[in-house]
Ligand binder design. Structure first.
Ligand code: IDP
Ligand code: MG
Length: 149
């Protein structure tokens, strides 16, 4: 079972797309195990995006992700990483397929609405950066036999 950290970035919140974006993961069949509405600090943003520290866009990225509140979530499932990234679409919204979140709602790479972890290891690591283990909920979903074989 994989975990992925999903963020509705500040543009998603400001554009009233929270429900729309969350609904896509929910309808896909991923299982929500943690959620919070929060303001990221610069410290957390720098930790979360540490791999991009040397990139020219790093400062803009930190400014963007801390520019307003976000929704942080952990979703669980078999192949949760790939499923979530397919639902999110390509990093550059103009290259993202219609039907994906970025392909349906985005225009620019610096306003691409949503974050999803890129590997199972990073899913676990990023989830623990935003959530303590006791903030994650283990629960039985009655629909599971209709979603998971
Ligand atoms: P991802 O979000 O699809 O995993 P990454 O390459 O991990 O994409 O980049 C992290 C975030 O950094 C992107 O979602 C985007 O917000 C921002 N970003 C990536 N490349 C650029 C760029 O060339 N210019 C501005 N922002 C960028
Ligand atoms: Mg990434």
């Amino acid at each position: 079972m994989e975990r992925t950290l999903i963020l509705v970035k500040p543009d998603g919140v400001q554009r009233n797309l929270m429900g729309e974006i969350i609904g896509r993961f929910e309808r896909r069949g991923l299982k929500l195990i943690g959620m919070k509405f929060m303001q990221m600090t610069v410290e957390l943003a720098e930790q979360h995006y540490a791999v991009h520290k040397e990139r020219p866009f790093f400062n803009d990225l930190v400014a963007y992700i801390t520019s307003g509140p976000i929704v942080a979530m952990v979703w669980e499932g078999n192949d949760a990483i790939n499923a979530a990234r397919a639902t999110i679409g390509a990093t550059k919204p103009v290259d993202a397929s219609p039907g994906t979140i970025r392909g349906d709602f985005g225009m620019e790479i610096g306003r691409n609405l949503v974050h999803g972890s890129d590997s199972p290891e990073n899913g676990v690591k990023e989830a623990s950066l935003f959530f303590s283990e006791d903030e994650l909920v283990s629960w039985n979903r009655d629909l599971d036999p209709w979603i998971v074989e």
